[in-house]
Write a protein that binds this ligand. Structure first.
Ligand SMILES: [Zn+2]
Ligand SMILES: [Zn+2]
Length: 364
């Protein structure tokens, strides 16, 4: 008899996910079948569920996934760090499966822009192997995915968001060239903002200024290394720019990052930069996120404006290493405030949408 597994499937935006049973796939060469132990709900899952972002259906959402190996396909012996893999090992893996052979993979070092890209939690689950997302009992990992064996000292809840939120921030800081002694501005005290602050602190940054409009989150982000917080509720843009300059000797920050998902913050963040400063856009990842900025200011003030989408394998490994090194120092565990099983997935999505907690964990 063919074994089956359960999955929470989205058939249409805004409709409750429904539980379906799919047959477990035969594990082909180079593939891994994983029993999922934890998948945290990411902001982009909510974008898809609310219809803000288009996606194929039916779909199993969820991409911040941790699981234990159930079966290893022929030829799979090591993870991406050359650590031996065996049945029962706890692993995470890159959000994407890339071919390693195309123009972007081979020549441009942009594996996340592979021309045959597959993304967990982003593709249709209609066809076998079905288990291609995180809100399910199993996940089928294909050969173009980079797998990382997890250190025992990290809990599932601590490490699940590494797969998307943390690795993305690692990639963003890498792309914008974060350096020790930099003064930085982080716009948005959500999951990515907490990680951005902790990484900046770990890197040896001087002023780590975080802006948001929710006071409790600003208090919380101080525990992740923020040195200064500004509650921008009711503040005019020039007042915010003035406050940031006031904290940086009148010059502005070396580096700023938008993680709130509000394109209106981009011109404001650019104005908070010192001359020669660098700006990283990471938060407003949906079409139509327009902003207006005077291009002459980019020129006269020698500013850099960059975008980053997802990350490279090395960033996921660095994310896991960072958690291992600093999990006693920063309260990563407290980012996950609620836990639901597959049957309560719709409740989990509503809690995540309410913003009551930073992350909701789905434990099938
Ligand atoms: Zn490729
Ligand atoms: Zn995500």
């Amino acid at each position: 008899m063919v074994k089956t597994g359960r999955a929470a499937v989205m058939t249409e935006a805004r409709k409750p996910l429904e539980i379906r049973e799919y047959p477990l796939p035969r594990v082909d060469k180079g593939c891994i079948l994983v029993k999922i132990t934890c998948c945290t709900i990411c902001g982009s899952d909510l974008h898809t569920w609310t219809g803000r972002r288009k996606s194929p259906t039916p779909i199993i959402l969820g991409h911040e996934i941790i699981g234990k190996i159930v079966e290893l396909g022929e030829g799979v012996a090591l993870d991406s760090g050359n650590r031996p893999l065996k049945v029962g090992d706890r692993i995470t893996w890159t959000i994407m499966d890339n071919c390693g052979k195309c123009y972007y993979c081979r020549e441009k070092g942009l594996m996340m822009k592979c021309t045959s890209l597959k993304k967990y939690g982003h593709d249709s689950c209609a066809e076998a192997p079905h288990f291609v997302g995180g809100f399910a009992e199993y996940c089928y990992i294909t050969p173009g995915t980079c797998v990382i064996k997890l250190p025992d000292e990290l809990t599932d809840e601590e490490v699940a968001p590494a797969n998307c939120a943390l690795a993305t921030v690692v990639a963003a800081w890498d792309a914008i060239g974060l350096q020790p002694f930099d003064n930085v501005l982080i716009q948005g005290a959500g999951a990515l903002g907490f990680y951005a602050a902790a990484l900046a602190r770990h890197c040896g940054c001087e002023r780590i200024i975080v802006t948001d409009i929710i006071e409790s989150r600003l208090e919380f982000v101080r525990r992740f290394g923020a040195t200064d917080t500004i509650n921008t509720k009711g503040m005019k843009d020039e007042e915010i720019v003035g406050a940031v300059k006031g904290l940086t000797g009148g010059f502005g920050v070396d580096c700023a990052i938008e993680l709130a998902g509000l394109p209106a913050l981009i011109p404001l963040g650019l104005r908070c930069l010192r001359t020669g400063g660098r700006y990283m856009e990471t938060g407003s990842a949906w079409a139509g996120a327009n902003f207006t900025f005077d291009a002459s200011e980019l020129i006269f003030r020698c500013l850099t404006l960059k975008g980053v989408h997802n990350y490279d394998t090395k960033h996921l490994q660095q994310a896991v290493d960072f958690l291992r090194m600093t999990h006693d120092r920063f309260p990563f565990r407290e980012l996950v405030g609620e836990e639901v099983n597959l049957d309560r997935i719709n409740e989990g999505l509503r809690i995540a949408e309410s913003g009551k907690t930073i992350r909701v964990a789905v434990k099938p």
